[in-house]
Design a protein around this ligand. Sequence first.
Ligand code: TRP
Length: 342
Amino acid sequence: MAKEVILTGVRSNAELTLGNLLGAILPLVRLQQQYSGEYQINAFMPDLHSITTPTNYEQLFYRTIDTLRFFEAAGLKLDDPNTLIYRQSYIPAHSELTWILDSFIYYGELSRMTQFKEKSQGQKSVSASLFNYPALMAADILLYDASYVPVGEDQRQHLELTREVAMRMNSRFGNLFVIPKAWDEQVKFNKTGVRIRSLKNPQFKMSKSISDPSGTILLLDNPKEASNKILAATTDSLGNVNYDFKNQPGISNLLQIIATIKNQPIEEIAQYWKGETSYSKLKQAAAELVESVLVEIQTNLKLFSRDEAISVLAKHEFKVRDIANMKLASVQSSVGLRLKNS
Ligand code: TRP
């Protein structure tokens, strides 16, 4: 029997942060280490999703390439025979299947998507592709018969819509698609707890967009300066280390950073530091870890050029196109666009 597929979309952000490293990049690297072999892993870059809202078009191409380079630098094995890595726009079947799925997804369903409502709110003009975004995402998943799709809570509704359209088409046309597992059955791969916060405003997520340079560590920051940002992180005046995001978000954020880099359960790290009264010791520990991770990633990044990254992708994409086209062909013949050849 074919291996079950775990499929994950790797968004490319303008500039990757420590939050992206700990929340998305390392989790995928560890997923590969732990599950490759037992599962087939598809990791792809949804570049067509990137243009659903205005973006920096001049930079998009290399942003995608550089995202892959960061994953490699963080330890993702690109030559693992059980991992496929590709750009969405290089596999035309994604776009073609989207159109077909769109004919089986209802306008009302897309209108109910919370992310669409949020992203379109207050915008002067909203693209049709932003509305259609979940159909493209469904195509990303269904083309490869993925069972597991580790995504954050914000993508849950899109996953449920994917299941819905897959079941709808299966009941009309026979077993066309593997139905991805329901949200609750995905927990094994859905380690979504890690949300690194701003070092200055730890009640918010660490992100480029809140534009607080001292609260955000970029993966290309000078490692020494990054370490100084940790040492200067906002904490509290309680003078006692506890893992408690509600009352001690700054301290809890540091514990989270340590746990994620060391790949240890947060409970263990929290237990180890519990009751420590010197915040500077905790900061020192986090700062050293962050500094050494950045040194390692930046060193590796230099060893993996854009040209090499492009040629690795091209090799994968050559294979992936065949896989995707086979599924597309069976859908096309089911809906009458091609003759059935059996
Ligand atoms: N929408 C996802 C996100 O914002 C990215 C994505 C696109 C994706 N297509 C996907 C994730 C398919 C999983 C599967 O994070």
